[in-house]
Design a protein around this ligand. Structure first.
Ligand code: MHO
Length: 226
């Protein structure tokens, strides 16, 4: 019987490289982008990665002006944020906002700016939908919502070690995928696996995991891990 700890002793060479690696399931699929801030970006990266219709995720810094090039150690007035590329034929911006409201405390006043709640709208339609959904949320809360609505500004990618933070913890499994840092940041496979390994098992439908083209050993490893 496989368990995570026994698998850890299997040399990586016994894993097969991804055979049918697909950056996104359908290259013709036109994605739209949403940018959200809801505290530390590691969790939302995984949460959204598990959701059907999300094609890619990446974490970074936006919503600030100083310094010119924000980094984790020199974040200035920027906010930890997540950029979501989604297939609008499978999920809507309003659906994404629902996930946003349901998965962080939008009434928290105490946060450092780095961790505040914010929606960075990309166009008039997103702005309207964000305002409407915030109004609706407000009716359900006893404390007032602190979420900032702001026009999208440049998004600066976070350092590689923050991208798919949870997937990166499974070092041996990750090595077996043979993905470089750019692929970990930008591919559908990394996005879905980061969702699954974050414990969002029911949202990450099995078919999406199977669609990636993992080897049998890799699939067994995943099953044993959770
Ligand atoms: N509480 C986390 C925050 C990390 S996050 C990317 C920590 O362990 O530092 O801001």
């Amino acid at each position: 019987m496989f368990s995570c700890s026994t698998m850890m002793h299997i040399p990586t060479s016994q894993f097969l490289k991804l055979s049918k690696f697909k950056p996104i399931p359908d290259p013709r699929c036109k994605t739209k982008v949403a940018t959200l801030s809801m505290g530390c970006f590691w969790g939302p990266d995984s949460l959204f990665g598990s959701i059907k219709g999300i094609m890619r995720t990446k974490v970074g810094y936006t919503g600030g002006s100083e310094p010119d090039l924000p980094t984790y150690k020199s974040i200035g007035d920027y906010i930890e944020s997540i950029e979501l590329y989604y297939d609008p034929s499978k999920i809507t911006y309003l659906d994404l906002l629902q996930v946003f409201w349901n998965n962080h405390d939008s009434t928290d006043k105490s946060s450092y700016r780095q961790y505040i709640s914010a929606i960075h709208f990309h166009d008039k339609e997103q702005e309207q939908q964000a305002r409407d959904s915030m109004k609706k949320m407000e009716e359900t809360k006893s404390n007032s919502i602190q979420t900032l609505l702001m026009p999208y500004k440049t998004f600066y990618d976070a350092e590689n070690y923050h991208q798919k933070y949870i997937l990166r913890k499974y070092k041996i499994f990750l090595e077996s995928l043979c993905l470089n840092d750019d692929e970990i940041k930008n591919t559908y496979a990394a996005c879905v696996l980061n969702g699954y390994l974050g414990g969002h098992i029911s949202e990450t439908e099995k078919v999406r995991i199977l669609d990636i083209g993992l080897s049998d050993e890799q699939l067994r490893y995943l099953e044993a891990c959770l």
